[in-house]
Design a protein around this ligand. Structure first.
Ligand code: ADP
Ligand code: MG
Length: 681
């Protein structure tokens, strides 16, 4: 089929030899489609022919001149030189490392040629060194115009790449557009073929709001959403419905020192409905930090155990998993549930015993880290797998995860990363979403204060008082991304300073510390052996330190709003008022001031995430890097918000069979095909 051309290896193109092909592949241009999707970032204006007395040094210009003389010095290191003229002046064209025969052909003596390149001045003469283009007059149209500029570094020149990309663009067969004409015109888009052509041959390629660019964005979004919806279809297969009376969970609820919020109740009901349903659950609980996701999951677990199945609860770190384990033991104290704890560090002897009990079905609930999902672990009857704080899971991992539990295993994820509405579909389109939208009523709003860093000395008496009152303090140093050493040294300095003021009261964790040492320090803090925890890395997500009331964040403008909100959520979880102090360097930008204001005035993680998205773009939002959203090449949730909505609507309202040719074309184009080609679940 003709359109296979688009998915051919680039080495099949004319003019692409092994060396060039290796070079292009290094730049991730492997297939013809990659050339199609590598848009020019700008154009060079070569459209005007300049007289030789109109030249400007440093500019790229195009001239028309007669070849007057060619000189090929036989002395090494001296360049070859061609002297050209027009009626107004003279110019030297200089070549290093070009062969005489080639140049004689390119510059026929006494004939007019077109030369385009960067003008410089040397030995009192205008000069162009290694011009980008030289051509005869009859081929003028090829050069004298706006020429697209592609992102290239050394190793390939513009002329060469252009010849390849033009070859490709002109050879693209007419595609059976997956979007029908009516839809295209109704939504002010363009056909696929037309938009690709325009993107390469006009300024559209660098204008992300042009019609043709928007068409590409729409395609990219749909490719992504189709993938997610396919993933969903594959996961949400039939299962045996779970049967339970909620007997245990009602008793547990009654014994809690608090009432569930309405939101928690609602989410728990959604989960219970799924558990009793005939399709596998694949759901995520989204709830701001401190909204109380854990207890909801524990209540769901008790129902699943009651129905005769086993459960697994996984936390991202050992310390968090341990915290869940301790809580579970407390919550299920009056039940006969058998609960085990398993991590990579569990002693072999214990591990063997635990694995045996999982396999025999004696263990009802296993809590632990990633170790839970290793190959050699067999469950007798796993009915529910819960993963906490896993906003970082990509689509593919999610799908693999869903496979692990087997056909009757429901899957529940929990995440505290607030996701702006626009991004919800891109991130979690394959899952059902339950939102905990309110915080426990007794929770006080965290007092957020900003302070210039130079007034840091005003803090010490305040901190002293906090320690005296047996409160605990987080001190967050900014992350210096470039170097974990610099990171460490800035945090270490701060540690030394604080340690001097409050001897034996301070602990330090930083990126270079290994997991064990980190957990030792965290445990000390948890056990109140120290009062202040200085850290660089974002403090372990999800850990509940009810005794921490103050968080100081240095250089706070280095963090995104959503991230500051998450950090702030580490405090004020107990009965005392939480305080967050943001330290800033002097001279804050207007934008920075706006950001502080948002944070001071709002307590709503979703609202903050939306604002953060608007102010900083999505690249910086936490949790996005690994989430797969970064895989968007063209779509930007801020610029293309309307298209996100449109694509979502399209996907939800159309029956799409991804095996149909035109759809599989789309998925292949955006590298989504592999993601869903994974084995059936
Ligand atoms: P997160 O959603 O961030 O995981 P947790 O589940 O760790 O939050 O809960 C934070 C704290 O709030 C815990 O100490 C928990 O006992 C408490 N909590 C949970 N639900 C409620 C509620 N409805 N009322 C009061 N406190 C609650
Ligand atoms: Mg949590």
């Amino acid at each position: 089929m003709k359109k296979d051309f688009i998915f051919n290896d680039i080495s099949k193109l004319k003019g692409v030899g092994p060396q060039l092909s290796r070079y292009l592949k290094k730049k991730k241009i492997e297939k013809v489609k990659d050339i199609i999707l590598s848009l020019p970032y700008s154009e060079t204006d070569r459209s005007k022919l300049y007289k030789l007395n109109e030249l400007e040094v440093g500019k790229i210009q195009t001239v028309k001149a007669i070849v007057k003389k060619l000189s090929f010095p036989r002395i090494r290191n001296l360049p070859n030189r061609i002297i050209c003229e027009d009626e107004t002046g003279k110019i030297n064209i200089v070549y290093f490392n070009s062969r005489e025969g080639y140049l004689r052909k390119l510059f026929p003596l006494n004939e007019w040629v077109i030369i385009s390149g960067k003008v410089n001045y040397f030995n009192k003469n205008y000069q162009i060194t290694n011009p980008d283009y030289v051509t005869t007059l009859d081929n003028k149209e090829y050069v004298v115009k706006n020429i697209p500029k592609y992102n290239l570094t050394k190793g390939i020149n513009e002329k060469k790449y252009r010849s390849i990309s033009e070859q490709v663009i002109n050879q693209i067969p007419a595609i059976n557009d997956w979007l029908d004409e009516n839809y295209i015109s109704k939504h002010n888009l363009l056909s696929w073929n037309e938009s690709i052509d325009k993107l390469h041959k006009s300024k559209d390629g660098k204008d992300n709001s042009s019609k043709s660019f928007r068409r590409l964005v729409f395609d990219e979004l749909c490719a992504n959403f189709f993938t997610l919806s396919e993933n969903r279809n594959r996961i949400k297969k039939n299962k045996l419905a779970k049967k339970f009376s909620e007997e245990q969970s009602i008793i547990i609820k009654k014994k809690l020192p608090f009432n569930l919020t309405k939101s928690q109740e609602k989410v728990l009901n959604e989960i219970n409905d799924d558990l009793c349903g005939k399709k596998r659950m694949f759901r995520i609980i989204q709830g701001d930090v401190g909204s109380g996701k854990t207890i909801v999951s524990l209540l769901a677990i008790s129902n699943v155990i009651e129905s005769g199945y086993q459960c697994a609860l996984m936390g991202p770190t050992e310390i968090l998993a341990k915290q869940h384990f301790e809580l579970a033991k407390k919550i299920y104290k009056d039940t006969n549930f058998k609960i085990n704890f398993l991590t990579g560090k569990t002693e072999i002897k214990d591990r063997k015993e635990i694995l045996k009990n999982l396999e025999s079905g004696k263990t009802n609930l296993i809590i632990g880290t990633h170790a839970l999902f290793q190959k050699k672990i067999y469950f007798k009857k796993l009915g529910l797998a819960i993963i906490d704080e896993q906003h970082k899971f990509g689509v593919k991992q999610r799908s693999e995860l869903a496979k692990k539990g087997g056909n009757n295993c429901d899957v529940l994820l929990m995440s505290a990363t607030p996701i702006p509405r626009t991004m919800m579909m891109s991130l979690y389109g394959d899952m059902d979403i339950s939102k905990i939208t309110e915080k426990p009523a007794n929770r006080k709003k965290i007092n957020t204060i900003s302070k210039p860093e130079k007034k840091i000395n005003e803090l010490w008496p305040y901190i002293k008082k906090q320690i005296f009152n047996q409160n605990q303090i987080f001190w967050v140093c900014p992350l210096i991304k470039e170097s974990s050493f610099l990171d460490f040294s800035s945090a270490k300095k701060k540690f030394d300073l604080i340690d001097k003021k409050f001897p034996n009261q301070v602990g330090l964790i930083h990126g270079a510390l290994d997991k064990n040492d980190k957990e030792i320090v965290l445990k000390k803090f948890l056990n109140k052996e120290i009062s202040i925890l200085v850290s660089t890395t974002v403090i372990e997500v999800g850990i509940d330190f009810p005794n921490a009331n103050l968080i100081v964040i240095e250089n706070a403008n280095k963090f995104g709003l959503a991230q500051l909100h998450q950090l702030r959520g580490r405090v004020g979880r107990g009965k005392n008022q939480g305080t967050c102090i943001l330290l800033f360097k002097d001279g804050l930008s207007k934008n920075a001031i706006k950001r502080i204001k948002i944070l001071k005035n709002s307590d709503d993680g979703f609202y903050i995430a939306e604002e953060d998205l608007k102010l900083r773009g999505f690249g910086d939002l936490i949790g996005y890097q690994q989430s797969g959203v970064k895989n968007f090449r063209f779509a930007d949730p801020v610029v293309h918000e309307d298209l996100f909505k449109l694509a979502e609507k399209y996907v939800l309202s159309n029956e799409i069979n991804i095996n149909q040719d035109k759809y599989s074309f789309l998925l292949k184009l955006f590298d989504r095909a592999e993601i869903i080609n994974i084995e059936e679940v």
